[in-house]
Design a binder for this molecule. Structure first.
Ligand code: AGP
Length: 607
């Protein structure tokens, strides 16, 4: 995980790098640091804590060099302390490196370097990198980096600075993301687009096995043998204000409220008159029409969207669909074949397990379709086909708007394939299209009830455990509701299929256990009522998500979050909204750092 940034230009070095790190803080936030050129020497300032703490350490210092690098850390090797914070330097403090990723052979390299007299100060894997570059340095930083990277095993994105060659910064990509920002009289390097937005819209996305050299007015890219590579500038289509909180107190809240707009944007983009245009690529269309099995692999919230996708693809397109955690999929020799299409789902497009799953499928000679938010991300580039969810930057660590956007794309995909395969009639299609366009308004109605959700949340700030239950297409909603709550509020919550309660978890129920039932009007509505009765009979506190005007649910529940009635297949897009708001409000009420929950990072780029 971790975020890395580099800058070369004439602006205030310290300020540019610190602001860049703030934009990357969601990637890791246990320590941070910068290394800049000042009076011809390297100055390193780093400490454990947030970027705010680093600001205090730097204390507005003006640096007179032109180049600097920065790092925000999510610890893997070595505890969270000032020494383990990046950037790391060589013995003479002339070479500084910010590293995102893991160096798997660091122990062996460290022993070797120690034998040659190098002195290590940290417990990190990353510190071997500046020492290795130092070992190979014979008058050219570029040549030394080329030699060093050939010795590294694992995944790494590096930003390298040296006081011996203060007119350049060098970037290396292998496994972790790295992007060049091409500005006017300035160049930048960053783990993602966010720090670049206020400087330039022109970017060059690096591929694995590439090294770049940036000076104030030039950029060039090479392979690991030093051969120049032809690369092209692409444009970022996100804007600065998309990455700001605006009037909202947290990104998570802003992103929850953005959902109607994200859905509307996608509907307008992907539906043209009587057609869904997701499969306008003829090859993708042919691919989907020739498969009789889909295997979705994803992590966390994206995996929950995949579970909803299973219901949609099976119901509308009649294609057998299996869903797997990427971290399981990649290690268990999954049965792949000509008739199976693998779909990867990822907001960031950088999740290490999901990316490894994509690579595994490709190595076996099969094609991959990915559903991704971040353009040009690693998963998008590794896949044969990409469907973008157009959610804009999602900065809160808890995924909200990406989840509903992923489900919408899965819905549209299922609808289009269903139509093409003859399982959805023109009539059904027109009806569902109209229902889709009503969705943003219906979600807005639920958002208007956020005051009530907050009031209910306030009553449960001291609850120790929650159980979330749902059936059918809202079983994944229960899983996602529980994940949201635990990740932002640190309260234990478990999601379960409502019908499974009596097979074990019912034993948990007592008068202190809040049980959240997701039970809008669907084909399994009546079945869930029985499950609610079972919990009530044992004294559990019932919070429910139910369709407006459902008196039965009102009678059975202690608290009801109401949602408008929608087509059963669209219920997950609405029923999750009060649960996102609930998690948010419990977290705020408990004083948690909602946008940056402890121990987590937005992009999980390590195994
Ligand atoms: C969501 O709230 C989580 N922070 C997490 O589960 C996330 O969904 C998961 O890490 C997958 O990320 P991705 O969608 O970027 O691949």
């Amino acid at each position: 995980m971790c975020g890395i940034v580099g800058y070369i230009g004439s602006k205030d070095l310290g300020a540019v790098i610190l602001v860049g790190l703030e934009k990357l803080e969601y990637r890791g936030y246990d320590s941070a640091g910068i290394a800049v050129i000042h009076n011809g020497r390297l100055v390193v300032k780093k400490r454990s804590g947030r970027i705010g703490d680093l600001y205090k350490l730097v204390n507005g210092m003006a640096f007179n060099g032109k180049a600097g690098i920065g790092h925000t850390r999510w610890a893997t090797h070595g505890g969270v302390n000032d020494i383990n914070a990046h950037p790391h330097v060589d013995c003479k403090s002339q070479i500084a490196v910010s590293h995102n990723g893991i160096i798997e052979n660091f122990q062996e390299l460290k022993l070797e370097l120690e034998k040659s007299g190098h002195k290590f100060v940290s417990e990190t894997d990353s510190e071997v990198i500046p020492h290795l570059i130092e070992e190979y340095y014979e008058g050219s930083l570029f040549d030394a980096v080329l030699k060093a990277v050939k010795r590294l095993q694992g995944s790494f994105a590096l930003v390298i600075l040296s006081s011996m060659e203060p007119d350049r910064i060098i970037g290396v990509k292998m496994g972790s993301p790295l992007i060049i920002g091409v500005g006017k009289d300035e160049m930048l390097l960053s783990s993602d687009q966010m720090p670049l937005l206020s400087h330039t819209k022109d970017v060059v996305v690096l591929n694995d096995g590439e090294i770049c050299v940036l000076t104030q007015n030039s950029w060039s890219v090479y392979d690991f043998d030093g051969n120049p590579k032809q690369k092209y500038i692409t444009k970022i289509d996100w804007t600065v204000d998309m990455a700001e909180k605006g009037e909202f107190s947290h990104f998570m809240l802003k992103e929850i409220f953005e959902q109607p707009e994200v859905l509307r944007r996608n509907l307008e983009y992907y539906i043209r008159g009587n057609e869904v245009t997701l499969l306008k690529d003829f090859n993708l269309r042919r691919l989907l029409l020739n498969k009789d099995r889909i295997l979705i692999q994803a992590s966390g919230t994206s995996m929950h969207a995949g579970l909803v996708g299973k219901y949609l693809l099976e119901k509308l397109a009649r294609i057998q669909t299996d869903v797997d955690y990427s971290s399981e999929f990649r290690y268990r020799e999954p049965v792949l074949g000509q008739n199976t299409l693998v779909i990867a789902i990822s907001q960031s497009g950088e999740t290490a397990d999901t990316l490894a799953g994509v690579k595994l499928v490709k190595e076996n000679g099969f094609e991959v379709l990915s559903i991704v938010n971040v353009k040009d991300s690693s998963i998008a580039r590794e896949s044969d086909y990409v469907l973008y969810i157009n959610a804009g930057p999602e900065i809160g660590v808890a995924s909200t708007k990406a989840y509903t956007a992923q489900i919408l794309i899965l819905f549209l995909l299922s609808l289009e394939v269903g139509l093409l395969r003859g399982f959805v009639s023109e009539e059904d299609f027109s009806r569902m299209r109209d229902e889709l366009f009503e969705l943003p308004g219906k979600i807005n109605d639920v958002l208007c009830e956020s005051g009530y959700v907050k009031e209910v949340a306030t009553r449960f700030l001291d609850a120790k455990h929650f159980v979330f239950l749902g059936r059918g297409i809202n079983y994944p909603t229960a899983l996602e509701g529980a994940l949201k709550l635990k990740e932002v509020s640190y309260v234990h919550a478990t999601g379960y299929a409502a019908g499974e309660m009596k097979h074990g978890p019912l034993a948990l129920v007592d008068k202190d256990l809040p049980v959240v039932f997701v039970n809008p009007k669907t084909s399994v509505y009546e079945k869930s009522l029985n499950n609610i009765e079972e919990v009530r009979a044992r004294g559990g506190i019932i919070i429910s998500v139910a369709s407006s005007g459902d008196l039965k649910m009102e009678m059975l529940s202690d608290y009801v979050f109401k949602m408008p009635e929608v087509n059963e297949l669209l219920t997950p897009l609405v029923s999750i909204i009060p649960l996102q708001l609930f998690a948010y409000n419990v977290a705020v009420g408990r004083g948690c750092d909602v946008d940056r929950p402890r121990n987590l990072a937005k992009s999980v780029t390590v195994e």
